[in-house]
Design a protein around this ligand. Structure first.
Ligand code: KE4
Length: 430
């Protein structure tokens, strides 16, 4: 495949941008080779600067759940930009999207819009600390909650991809207030709680992990965490930046029937524009400025153009529940196809999936936590990634990421992905 224009752009980019990218995972360092530069996208396809066409499995790491260039969202944005871009003042759409979010996500009684998932998670633990008067938080090894200092301890996603799960630049003071436990290990959480009685403000997790690859909560894990948080007065935070509005209209919390105290959101909520949000119990959210003493602010929070995209996206998902049936069917079809191909090839790699999220791990171990995810054969994954890319399938350039399906994928696209997967597995295992 000719990617010479992308290669030239990447060469130039590295003179002006650290690593040539504005987010590390995009640099293909985990899989080798030169990243393709995307020029445009439509429906299930992305097109690179050399006009190569790919079927898309990243979907901007989640936001493009309806596929690229959805006409309703494009129209909403083109209408909105006729009235300028930003006011730094309250607008009608912010009220409308806040009301809609509280209707779609029952545990959210009040919500604050921000500009990224990172801002959402940083703000959520700040208000949890303010509300409880406590300093420490619990997170889980392999979970990623954005690049806020408190979270870059045993972090997943790009942090684990580049071997910096504990990033330099995070002070010892901050790191001391972040306690970590293995995912799916309730006993470890209980031990941390017993050893830090009355000092833990919040426990934050991805209710379904995407950032060590897709990892599901074990039976009773979420319920057990809810019980511990209730007993200890710990604020229970679901980081649904990835799972929100994807695993169901009400996210993972609706799918698993667990109510967190706070929820963080991003990705889909902006319809592809920079939007994050955090919300939950009013008694906690009322601690946020200007109503309460916990400060948080943002010049472009609730930006009218981003709200136009996000509101249109959420309204569509709220009014078209058939979206979720289609995503379930597509997810099952793809995973069944991958499983059948592996049977044919005598392979027994692990596929974790739920709805429209999946990861094919290059390990035969069950993948239930960070150590088991890291048992994957990374060089083999790198070869597989490029074999898929050469066959026109654009997936995440890291073993430690979930893939995302969109409603723009029809059966013919899924059949093509299944075929490319089988050919790629055959190619890389020799
Ligand atoms: P952002 O700051 O990237 O908008 O959101 C951070 C974040 C928070 N919580 C969860 C569960 C997330 O998945 C993310 C961001 N996800 C990664 C993909 N693994 C974004 C891709 C990237 O870092 O370039």
């Amino acid at each position: 495949m000719n990617i010479s224009t992308s290669q030239a752009l990447f060469e130039k980019a590295q003179h002006f941008i650290p690593g040539g990218v504005n987010s590390p995972v995009r640099a293909f360092r985990a899989v080798g080779g030169s990243p393709v530069f995307i020029k445009s996208a439509k429906g299930p396809y992305v097109y690179d600067e050399d006009d190569n066409e790919y079927i898309e499995l990243i979907n901007s790491w989640g936001p493009m759940i309806l596929g690229h260039g959805h006409e309703l969202i494009q129209k909403a944005v083109s209408d909105a930009i006729q009235h300028s871009f930003s006011f730094g003042a309250p607008t009608r759409r912010e009220v409308e999207i806040a009301e809609l979010i509280t209707n779609m996500v029952p545990s959210i009684e009040k919500v604050r819009m921000v500009n990224s998932g990172t801002e959402a998670t940083m703000s959520a633990i700040r208000v949890a600390r303010g509300f409880t008067g406590r300093d420490k938080i619990i997170k889980f090894e392999g979970c990623y909650h954005g690049h806020g200092d408190s979270f870059l301890i045993a972090a997943g996603s790009g942090a684990v991809t580049f071997g910096t799960p504990d990033s330099p630049g995070v002070t010892k003071g901050v790191a001391n207030d972040t306690l970590t436990a293995p995912y799916n290990d309730l006993a470890a959480v209980q031990k941390l709680v017993d050893a830090n009685k009355g000092h833990i403000a919040a426990l934050i997790l991805e209710p379904v992990v995407g950032n060590m690859g897709c990892v599901l909560p074990a039976e009773g894990f979420l319920e057990g965490l809810r019980k511990i948080c209730d007993e200890e007065g710990i604020v229970f935070i679901f980081d649904e930046v990835m799972t929100g509005f994807r695993l169901s209209k009400g996210g993972a919390q609706e799918r698993f029937g667990i109510k967190p105290d706070l929820t963080t959101l991003g990705k889909i909520i902006g319809g592809g524009m920079p939007v994050g949000a955090y919300g939950g119990k009013a008694e906690i959210m009322n601690w946020i400025s200007p109503l309460g003493p916990v400060y948080q602010a943002g010049t472009l929070s609730g930006n009218p153009i981003a709200m136009a995209a996000g509101l249109t996206m959420l309204n569509y998902l709220n009014e078209h529940p058939e979206v979720y049936n289609k995503l379930e069917v597509s997810g099952h079809k793809l995973v069944n196809g991958f499983t059948n191909s592996m049977k044919k090839l005598g392979l027994n790699y692990t596929i974790n999936s739920i709805g429209s999220m999946y990861t094919l791990f290059f390990t035969e171990q069950a993948v239930t936590d960070f150590p088991s995810a890291k048992s994957s054969n990374l060089p083999l994954f790198g070869k597989y990634f490029h074999a898929m890319l050469d066959r026109g399938i654009y997936m995440g350039p890291s073993q430690f990421e979930s893939m995302f399906l969109s409603t723009a994928l029809e059966d013919s696209h899924i059949d093509r992905i299944i075929e490319a997967n089988e050919e790629s597995l055959k190619e890389v295992i020799g």
